[in-house]
Design a protein around this ligand. Structure first.
Ligand code: SAH
Ligand code: SF4
Length: 342
């Protein structure tokens, strides 16, 4: 079985090429080609034909092929359906902001976590993505649009901390100097709250932004909408978040999807404010995006405003997130493995 070359670190590549009798600078050249997004060894024009032939026998270069692309009429957001070498598919979203382009990538095909408001969760789990498959989503989007992506969010399909080792390797590769060189401060990772992995991540002291999908102020509501809460209840999760903020000195971003009559009452806002008091954090309120079959509706405007002011009065930083790409089902929680649209 050929090996996945784009998932190798520059150091591993150097060692592998040294074993083939190649000098270190050759590994550096190949590494740069891989991270510029080439899809075959033949595109590496400064590498001899003989070496390219040897490489093809031992390695393959993974890439994300475009199966479908949708462009939002409202805001230029682009949603891609990509396929990988085994035919497995994921979606990814490219967004344009004033400060540049952000790619929202998937880390798994499907997801095991089963959150009741999320389209990905409804579709079940297929497999983890490799580090190279995460990189490839960004590379194909750059190529297809002739742009450079400056920010990456791990908020597409899948739970990044349930694919921990591959995600850590992806982070190392995407931020490497000879790779895409996207700094950790330009990367956000979103988790539903896999507590032991939050501790593990904290101890790595990376400068990325951690987003935690909270979506409820107590165990009763959270266990109903997010099954992961039955394993890691809210206080255990918030304890891990406090540890994360203290260890990394980075502010945690809590995501809170506002669902009509589920988690948007005045009492919910007060309970949330009590729990978060004193923590280095920020709350992002998102009107829940509609996903067919869930039966959930967005909270009313007045409810959102009231919820926000309760948090503000308690001294908690809070914003309402702008929804991008809603006309093409490219918003949070709307990504699927198929072409089916609701
Ligand atoms: N698995 C990770 C990251 C991918 S989901 C996580 O859950 O954090 C990306 C974000 O979209 C998460 O904050 C998730 O809770 C949110 N989300 C899922 N379904 C949603 C919906 N229908 N409306 C709004 N946000 C949703
Ligand atoms: Fe998985 Fe995140 Fe969707 Fe929950 S919200 S099912 S963790 S992708």
């Amino acid at each position: 079985m050929p090996e996945d070359m784009k998932s190798m670190t520059e150091r591993e590549l150097k060692e592998a090429l040294a074993a083939m009798g190649e000098p270190a600078y050759r590994a550096a050249q190949i590494y740069r080609w891989l991270h510029s997004g080439v899809q075959s060894f033949d595109e590496m024009t400064n590498i001899s034909k003989k070496l390219r032939e040897n490489l093809v026998e031992k390695y393959y270069i993974s890439y994300a092929a475009i199966e479908k692309k949708l462009v939002s009429d409202y805001d230029d957001t682009r949603k891609y359906l990509f396929s990988f070498h085994d035919g497995e598919r994921v979606e990814s979203v490219l967004m344009k902001y004033r400060h540049g382009y952000t790619s929202c990538i998937s880390t798994q095909a499907g997801c095991k976590m089963g959150c009741t408001f999320c389209a990905t969760g409804q579709g079940g789990f297929v497999r983890n993505l490799t580090p190279s498959e995460m990189l490839s989503q960004i590379q194909t989007e750059q190529k297809d649009n002739g742009i450079r992506i400056s920010n990456v969010v791990l908020m597409g399909m899948g739970e990044p901390l349930d694919n921990f080792d591959n995600v850590m390797r992806f982070l190392e590769l995407v931020s490497s100097e000879n790779g895409m060189n996207i700094g950790m401060r330009h990367i956000s990772l979103s988790t539903c709250g896999i507590v032991p992995k939050i501790y593990e991540l904290a101890d790595k002291k990376l400068q990325l932004t951690l987003s935690v999908s909270l979506h409820a102020p107590n165990d009763q509501i959270r266990s109903r909408t997010m099954p992961v809460n039955r394993k890691y209840p809210i206080e255990t999760l918030l304890e891990a978040c406090r540890y994360y903020a203290e260890t990394t000195n980075r502010r945690i971003s809590f995501e809170y999807a506002m669902i009509d009559n589920v988690n948007d009452s005045h009492a919910c806002a007060e309970e949330l404010a009590r729990r978060l008091k004193g923590m280095l954090c920020h709350v992002n309120l998102i009107p829940v995006n509609t996903v067919s079959g869930t039966g959930y509706r967005k909270s009313k405007k007045e409810r959102m405003t009231e919820f926000m002011s309760v948090l503000e009065r308690a001294g908690i930083a809070v914003t309402v997130r702008r929804t991008l790409g809603s006309d093409i089902n490219a918003s949070c929680g709307q990504l699927r493995r198929s072409e089916k649209e609701d």
